[in-house]
Design a protein around this ligand. Structure first.
Ligand SMILES: C[S@@+](CC[C@H](N)C(=O)[O-])C[C@H]1O[C@@H](n2cnc3c(N)ncnc32)[C@H](O)[C@@H]1O
Length: 312
């Protein structure tokens, strides 16, 4: 029934209702309605993902409500929550390519337990990064604890073969000079430079030209300052806990190549699909919640407006 490539699998299983967003002759994004584990089981064995992004309920103990849709994030216990994640991730890990990545989005509620669980599944040595997504928002003076303004994205690789794409952010001369806190020199042609060093005691080892540093940009590190979607953001579609497309675009640009297959089995409003389409990646999306599926299909329908402008 499956050829592992272009034709789309059709499941008769009542647990998984299937909807296809794009015409079968040009498949780029597939949307499933159903439990993540059931969808993973139903996919053709030959389908292998370069990246699986997982943005589950965070173990907040609350129902999450938006203008369009709601989902439950209440559990009997932490043990139950972790058991569900383990079941899904064991099935998911089998589906990653040897050069694939698993990116788990979570926050302080359970990130410490989920990191241990991920290590148990992928191996401690396959852990690559804890990306801190730091966002803006209203802040209030606090006595009990500080305002929580970051999520984390924990990244594991399937094997040592998985390589990221170095990404660079623009920065200017003033930012660089402020960071280095060093004297700026000028050469005979008027070009500005500072000393570079190769370790302790070798602080005057070579020249770093400021124009070259600015031209190259700053290599992305593991703290990402990206705005959260505020209530009036044009990108907002009304589904609770919708993530910004810019965040997924950056993650997919870092971890995948054009044409790669990306998976998101708790896809909510389908942000991963939007980012994948913008970057020319193929995506399999799933959600157990019919409201989420309705929102993502609307968002992804050909001709629907692209949520946010592409970076230059
Ligand atoms: C945090 S939201 C995802 C938000 C999404 N990244 C976005 O940008 O809109 C988590 C989603 O997981 C879904 N979910 C919860 N349990 C699930 C399960 N067992 N299988 C599939 N989806 C599930 C919920 O319905 C919810 O839409």
């Amino acid at each position: 029934m499956f050829d592992g490539g272009t034709s789309f699998p059709r499941s008769e299983s009542p647990a998984v209702r299937l909807r296809l967003v794009y015409p079968a002759d040009d498949p780029e994004v597939w949307v499933w309605e159903g439990d993540a584990g059931a969808v993973l089981q139903t996919l053709p064995q030959s389908w292998r993902f370069r990246c699986i992004y997982w943005d589950p309920p965070f173990f907040t103990g609350r129902d999450r409500r938006g203008d369009r849709g709601a989902f439950v994030d209440a559990w009997d216990s932490l043990g139950e929550y972790l058991a569900v994640m383990r079941r899904h991730w064991e099935a998911m890990a089998e589906r990653l390519r040897p050069d694939g990545f698993f990116a788990l989005h979570c926050d302080w509620h359970a990130s410490h337990y989920l990191k241990v669980l991920g290590d148990a599944i992928f191996g401690y040595d396959q852990f690559r990064n804890e990306i801190v997504w730091h966002y803006t928002g209203r802040r209030q003076g606090a006595r009990w604890r500080l305002n929580a303004k970051h999520d984390v994205i924990l990244v594991w690789a399937k094997s040592r073969r998985a390589l990221m794409h170095p990404l660079f952010e623009p920065w200017d001369r003033a930012q660089y000079v402020r960071m280095k806190r060093q004297k700026v020199h000028r050469d005979e042609e008027g070009r500005e430079w500072i000393w570079g060093h190769r370790g302790r005691g070798r602080s005057h080892a070579y020249r770093i030209y400021l124009d070259e540093v600015v031209r190259q940009g700053r290599a992305l590190d593991d703290v990402w300052d990206l705005p959260i979607l505020n209530t009036s953001d044009r990108e907002r579609v009304g589904y609770p806990t919708q993530k910004p497309t810019a965040l997924l675009r950056r993650l997919l640009a870092l971890l995948t190549d054009p044409g790669d297959l990306v998976g998101d089995f708790m896809a909510g409003s389908g942000t991963t699909g939007v980012a994948a389409r913008e970057l020319g990646r193929r995506a399999v999306l799933a959600d157990v919640n019919p409201e989420a599926v309705a929102v993502m299909i609307e968002r992804l329908r050909p001709g629907a407006k692209i949520d946010s402008p592409l970076p230059p």
